[in-house]
Design a protein around this ligand. Structure first.
Ligand code: SF4
Length: 443
């Protein structure tokens, strides 16, 4: 038995962990940081069992490629933590756990069209972040990304420090944002990733401290002081950047989430993996990134390994012949054209004490009612309140709840002024369908 696990109430800007469980509307939420997002099937089964036995049986897939167990009561934190520690998913303390925000290409080692299998580099980075106590002062959401290119590339994922493969041995290092937006710093060798990360983390802490209002994220610091101070400090480990936009070789490769379930590959359990080959895996997505422990357990029995993606989807590696049937029976999304992929919602009344409506049910009702009207819509966002935790930015359709009713707005963000206010959930669903009908008629 271990010491009682300290807990934290929900606060904006904080991040939950196993050693920092966060109290939310349905009990404690534990975020399990899975190194490189690779979850052996037997671990997935055991984690599902923990969720079933101790939690409320709900599991979330985070945008950072982690699993979140929900609804854990205070007196179950200790046995759940002990079991996760036994599997190797718990750091030595909360500070070393909090800093391990490393996103790794979920198709690493599976995709012949990738430039590099980045699992070793990502694992080394994860270990260094946990061990290097000087980096434990980094802000809670400070993140890292290691991308090998190919079909599972992370070009659109925004983070603080990016390592994007340019060939089988080197990464392009860039700071603050998506691949297109991050400021390029230069090239580093794969074996230097941990040293570069350590130096960059220290530089961030030192340089931000020199400002009267220290930015909490790398993009803000680069905007304030430019890239030069980093380049100077990192010069022994970094060589000059490649010509802008060149060298990554990803342009012709389709993205996993744009093609899964769409092609007719020669074998039902193979995904198109670019020009060079196929990935032995099946992608299964879940509305809002939410699945049940029973679903995770069933999927684990239908494959040898599970990869957690940042796209609310899992990759079943080595899927059994009935994997698709199992996933379908558990309500998984099996095609990139499934309209439920367009839905975004926070946990709402079911999982947040601020929420007053069942955001997931409302969003699913919109998909059902609007049907083909959603085909030209990129995102429908149902937010439990004006905070907009799931998507604080503009969406094509945004519903903002307050006191059990919704405000509905087009091309707006949560909390924006709306001409359609105070609608019951059923009326809000109908209003969305009407508005989309008017839009399509006027298009
Ligand atoms: S947006 Fe949703 S999750 Fe965030 S505080 Fe509001 S109700 Fe809670």
């Amino acid at each position: 038995m271990t010491n009682p696990v300290p807990t934290q109430p929900r606060r904006r800007g904080t991040c939950p962990g196993v050693l920092a469980p966060m109290q939310v509307g349905d009990g404690f939420l534990l975020r399990v940081r899975v190194p490189t997002g690779v979850l052996p099937a037997d671990h997935a089964r055991r984690i599902a069992e923990l969720g079933n036995r101790y939690g409320n049986g709900l599991i979330d897939l985070s945008h950072r490629g982690n699993l979140q167990l929900r609804g854990i009561p205070a007196d179950a934190l200790e046995p759940v933590t002990d079991a996760l520690r036994e599997m190797g998913y718990v750091s030595s303390d909360a500070a070393s756990e909090a800093v391990r925000n490393v996103l790794c290409s979920p198709t690493a080692g599976l995709d012949p069209s990738a430039l590099m299998d980045v699992r070793a580099a990502a694992r080394t980075l994860d270990t260094r972040l946990a061990a290097d106590t000087a980096l434990h002062r980094l802000p809670p959401k400070f993140g890292w990304l290691v991308c090998g290119g190919g079909i599972g590339h992370l070009a659109d994922s925004s983070t603080d420090v990016r390592f994007d493969a340019v060939d089988a041995e080197r990464f392009r290092v860039s700071l603050g944002g998506s691949l297109a937006k991050a400021a390029p710093l230069g090239l580093c060798r794969a074996e230097d990733v941990a040293d570069v990360a350590s130096a960059l983390g220290r530089a961030f802490l030192e340089l931000r401290a020199s400002l009267p209002e220290p930015p909490r994220r790398m993009a803000g610091l680069v905007a304030a002081i430019g890239i030069e101070p980093f380049a100077t400090r990192l010069s022994p480990l970094i060589s000059p950047p490649p010509p802008s936009g060149g060298g990554l070789g990803w342009g012709q490769v389709p993205h996993l989430m744009d093609v899964f379930g769409s092609a007719e590959p020669p074998h039902p359990n193979l995904l198109p993996g670019g020009e060079k080959g196929l990935i032995a895996g099946k992608v299964v997505a879940f509305p809002f990134g939410r699945l049940t422990a029973a679903t995770l357990s069933a999927l684990a029995s239908a494959c040898t390994e599970i990869r957690i993606t940042p796209w609310r989807a899992l990759i079943l590696v080595g899927p059994s012949a009935d994997a698709e049937t199992v996933a379908h029976a558990h309500g998984a999304i099996l095609s990139h054209t499934d309209r439920r992929l367009k839905l975004t919602a926070c946990s709402g009344a079911g999982g947040c004490d601020v929420g007053t409506t069942d955001t997931h049910a409302t969003a699913l009702a919109i998909a059902e009612r609007a049907g083909p009207l959603l085909d030209h819509v990129r995102m429908v966002h149902v937010s439990g309140c004006a905070k907009g935790c799931a998507h604080p930015a503009i969406a094509d359709v945004t519903l903002t709840a307050r006191d059990g009713v919704y405000d509905v707005a087009l091309n707006a963000k949560p909390g924006d002024d709306s001409p359609h206010t105070g609608l019951s959930p059923a009326d809000a669903v109908a209003r969305v369908a009407d508005l989309l009908t008017e839009e399509s008629a006027g298009a």
